[in-house]
Design a protein around this ligand. Sequence first.
Ligand code: ADP
Ligand code: AMP
Length: 215
Amino acid sequence: MRIVLLGSPGSGKGTQASRIIGKYNIPHISTGDIFRDNIKRQTSIGLEAKKFIDKGHLVPDDLTLKIIEDRFIQPDCAEGFLLDGFPRTIVQAEALELELQKNVKKLDAVVNLDVHDEAIISRMTGRRVCSKCGATYNLTFNKPTVDNICDKCGGALLIREDDKLETVTNRLKVYKTETQPLIDFYKQKGILITVNGELDAEVVFQNICNALEQF
Ligand code: ADP
Ligand code: AMP
């Protein structure tokens, strides 16, 4: 399976990704996670990407395409993958097509998580992420058992730098101009599945699975 998860920031891509990869046994490729890992390790890619991420801008296409190319050559991508947060621009989507065509491969489906802006703002300002294992929580919808501690590994839960209200507003604007056009791009290719992302996360997951199976 080669799947892309599309949706505004905070629409639940990471939350659904962890469920989907378990079911289909494919690697989870999140460009946001790759950038955050590079920032943590203070690599040159991380230092460059941070300048854009902290302002709520997209990282330029050339740098993003470099990290994705490096990831695609890993052997675990041979049989499929779940892309989360990539592509985010038409340039990236076209580059992805070329890369797949080179290996006579294509995407099976693009799952678009549909969530209104008001829900996005409350989700992102309440998002907490484990500093150790990356698990995602929400102060309203998915609280950890003990405040600020990860249920899975005991790590400390942190607020993402780019989840401040001002940055979130900017990220939503950028989503609308740069990423939303991908909905039509993939609709025209006949591989778009749109799912209501405002339902309970488990229901959203079931709806994604049903749609993928009927595809
Ligand atoms: P993305 O990867 O698209 O940025 P996340 O998966 O990190 O989004 O989800 C953003 C926030 O919304 C997190 O705090 C997460 O716990 C919460 N969330 C995810 N899915 C749902 C849902 N279906 N209902 C309510 N809250 C959700
Ligand atoms: P995410 O974790 O997917 O919300 O990504 C966090 C941030 O990383 C985004 O707001 C962007 O600044 C950057 N980023 C992640 N993926 C991409 C991408 N495909 N293209 C450009 N920037 C990206």
